[in-house]
Design a protein around this ligand. Structure first.
Ligand SMILES: [Zn+2]
Length: 213
């Protein structure tokens, strides 16, 4: 994954990376995988019957590695607060890139094909062929909201006949982002009408209607 990202213009991770595999019985980590800052944790889920090892699901390891590349470049933030309240779109973009780049590398839009059935999530965790739109598919959970940007980029990748230049452009765009979006000002006041706000992913105009998967 490092070579793939470097060949596309971003040698983001140039130092050694620690990976902890099968080291905990904590179900929050044992049945999961995570990038935790210069390290990746990959679990062996004994609560599944039969147990399932996340280390054997290559796209999941690549997903976490890509989080590291994002962390070393645009540093897209986890949920934060802006003038309008809790704002999770940078985290959703982070998840989107962590799904998109491994999918283009593997030429496979399915995320979690190995582990998802074992932990009761159906045939996959996410499938980028399932198009998600904004704002109808915003639900406030970063992995789910990330499907919007990931599936749009995957659709563009397919429409380009899987042109490597598109991957390079998406990667360059990711690197160019700031960790949080520009603040939306002025703050709305009950004493006057707020300035018109552009319809944007990080501020849905309607409440989400789709349940979290
Ligand atoms: Zn992730």
């Amino acid at each position: 994954m490092h070579t793939y990202l470097a060949e596309n213009g971003v040698a983001a991770l140039t130092s050694q990376f620690q990976i902890a595999v099968n080291f905990t019985q904590d179900p929050q980590l044992a049945c999961n995988a995570a990038y935790i800052g210069d390290a990746i944790v990959v679990g062996l889920c004994d609560m599944a019957t039969p147990s399932v090892n996340f280390a054997y699901d290559s796209v999941i390891v690549m997903h976490e590695y890509t989080h590291g590349a994002v962390d070393k470049t645009s540093q897209l933030a986890m949920p934060s607060v802006d003038d309008w309240g809790l704002m999770g779109m940078p985290g959703a973009l982070n998840e989107a890139y962590a799904d998109f780049f491994p999918s283009t590398f593997l030429n496979d839009p399915v995320i979690g094909r190995h582990v998802a059935p074992a932990i009761g999530m159906g045939p996959s965790m996410r499938n980028l062929d399932d198009f998600h739109g904004c704002p109808d598919d915003l639900v406030g959970e970063s992995h789910d909201d990330g499907r919007i940007w990931a599936s749009a980029n995957w659709a563009a990748f397919k429409a380009s006949n899987k042109d490597p230049q598109l991957v390079k452009a998406v990667l360059e765009a990711m690197v160019s982002l700031s960790s949080t979006p520009p603040s939306l000002t002025p703050r709305p006041s009950p004493c006057r009408s707020p300035a018109p706000i552009p319809r944007a992913c990080w501020r849905p105009s309607t409440r989400p209607t789709r349940a979290t998967a």
